[in-house]
Design a protein around this ligand. Structure first.
Ligand code: NI
Length: 267
């Protein structure tokens, strides 16, 4: 995949994300008034650890475009494992891909997830657009609820399928704001609600990364038996700090991300 193809893929992911989170477009437009260029720190994708659709499968188009694996993370409390991809062109967003350890679910939910995944046409898997191609299966509201009881993450992937869970603005590159505090104040003054689980700011200079996020927008989702308003995607903001060697930290902090996953929780 060449540079033009990767820009197209990232742009198509952004368009898909805005369909689920139109609020992000409003925030982006507000910031664009003072920032001609807005750089994404990272884009986050979610999946299950089932071999046909796991992290490696979602990562394939990025790897073919020159991205490389940079680090991995464990979230034992949430039964998640994640890895992130980076590109030598630092203007390209990192791609953070997490997967649920399916065997952490009870037997009924494991069977349910395997049944959903079995409905994906084989030819779709491995297509460049697979990571934002959405949901391939029918899902009843009762099954969604059953997953929700055990894992908000599993319920989210079952409801929305494969698509960006969030985009993240890289605060360091903004002309208009120079700290996560000032971005948060700006967002609240504009009427946006932030995820305050574990405090509005997750992490900080001592962890070399501070992040905050909006609360996931609720949208109407079609289930087999009804439509329901459920939390979809959120917008995230990241400020990175220099490490002792002077370079900006490029990784993620598992303890903080644990709380950020809760931005899509039902309330
Ligand atoms: Ni993130």
């Amino acid at each position: 995949m060449n540079k033009a193809d990767i820009f197209k893929l990232l742009n198509d992911m952004w368009i898909d994300y805005l369909r689920l989170n139109p609020e992000a477009q409003k925030i982006h437009q507000l910031l664009q008034r003072q920032n001609p260029i807005i750089i994404n720190d990272h884009i986050a994708l979610r999946t299950f650890d089932i071999e046909s659709i796991n992290i490696e499968v979602l990562a394939a188009p990025f790897l073919s475009a020159g991205y490389y694996w940079a680090d991995e993370y464990h979230f034992p409390v949430k039964h998640l494992y994640a890895k992130h991809l980076q590109h030598i062109d630092t203007k390209l967003p990192k791609v953070f891909i997490s997967q649920l350890l399916t065997e952490s679910l009870n037997q009924a939910n494991q069977t349910l997830i395997h049944n959903l995944i079995s409905q994906i046409p084989k030819a779709q898997i491995g297509q460049t657009d697979f990571c934002y191609s959405g949901r391939y299966w029918n899902l009843s509201y009762a099954d969604y609820q059953q997953l929700l009881v055990q894992s908000e993450y599993a319920a989210w992937v079952a409801a929305f399928g494969f698509r960006p869970n969030h985009f993240t603005i890289f605060i360091n590159q903004l002309d208009s704001h120079n700290s996560i505090e000032s971005i948060n104040d700006f967002l609240k003054a504009e009427g946006f609600k932030l995820n305050s689980a574990g405090g509005e700011i997750k992490g900080g200079a001592e962890e070399y990364l501070a992040q905050s996020s909006t609360l996931a927008n609720s949208i109407s989702v079609q289930f087999t038996d009804r439509t329901a308003e459920i939390p979809s995607c959120y917008y995230e903001f990241a400020q990175r700090f220099p490490m002792p060697d002077g370079s900006l930290y490029q990784g993620f902090v598992a303890a903080s991300a644990d709380k950020i996953f809760e931005s899509t929780h039902t309330r």
